[in-house]
Design a protein around this ligand. Structure first.
Ligand code: SF4
Length: 229
């Protein structure tokens, strides 16, 4: 067999996989994954908290690569929350017109900037961040994780939604329910690294159609892998 597990077998039911993983000490078993991704830089090339917030909002349903490409020109024109607070949504159009849903995102960002007013007022809590348009739990978790703020949740993105049931650490398709299950499996001090690790595992190894299970550092504990062998 090659280095990849092909989708030749029917995928096992994720509920069955989940039932087989009840007694796993996830915090211990996922250590190789935490070690692999500890200190990995986020793909968004931000320089400060203000830039991170803006780029996280822009990157929803778009690629990090696209947002990185337009960021230098955007931040040359609007280098801080104070500058952005003086802008109208239309002022942002020349810089973000290639971003998905740019009309709404420019409204959200200019409104948020007017409310926050200054970089030093950007909150670093779930409650504080999610009061602003375009920032949901996942975005708030990304921002808090990158800023090393005390964790209040686990980042759950499309990669996490795919990887978690395969691994057997959570089941279902609802992001909030998956997040709650992840929070219950690993102590709070590791919630940030858990979220980042599962995201990177999905980006690099646990791909949608051809997961590279033979090179996966957590294959010994993975329910999907055990079923495929
Ligand atoms: S062994 Fe790793 S790559 Fe394969 S399904 Fe499990 S988590 Fe994904």
């Amino acid at each position: 067999m090659g280095s990849k597990i092909m989708a030749k077998k029917k995928s096992p039911n994720t509920k069955d996989l989940f039932d087989q993983t009840d007694d796993i000490e996830w915090n211990k078993e996922l250590k190789p994954l935490f070690k692999k991704y500890a200190g990995r830089k986020h793909p968004l090339e931000y320089k400060n908290l203000y830039q991170l917030l803006v780029m996280v909002v822009l990157s929803a349903r778009d690629s990090d690569r696209n947002i990185n490409a337009l960021a230098p020109a955007l931040f040359a024109k609007f280098p801080s929350m104070k500058h952005l607070a003086k802008a109208t949504p239309e002022d942002l159009f020349p810089f973000i017109s290639k971003v998905s849903n740019f009309g709404n995102k420019s409204q959200w960002l200019t409104k948020t900037a007017k409310e926050i007013k200054d970089d030093k007022n950007i909150p670093l809590t779930q409650e504080g961040l999610t009061q602003y348009s375009g920032i949901g739990r996942k975005s708030a978790n990304v921002i808090m994780s990158q800023m090393n703020a005390p964790a209040e949740g686990v980042i759950v993105d499309l990669h996490t939604l795919r990887v978690s049931p395969r691994l057997g650490i959570a089941q279902g398709t609802n992001p909030e329910k998956i997040e709650k299950q992840l929070m219950a499996k690993v102590p709070q001090k590791n919630w940030h690294i858990l979220g980042m690790s599962l995201t990177y595992l999905g980006r690099e190894t646990c791909r949608p159609t051809n997961p590279k299970c033979h090179e996966c550092v957590v294959n010994s504990v993975c329910a999907f892998y055990k079923e495929q062998k």
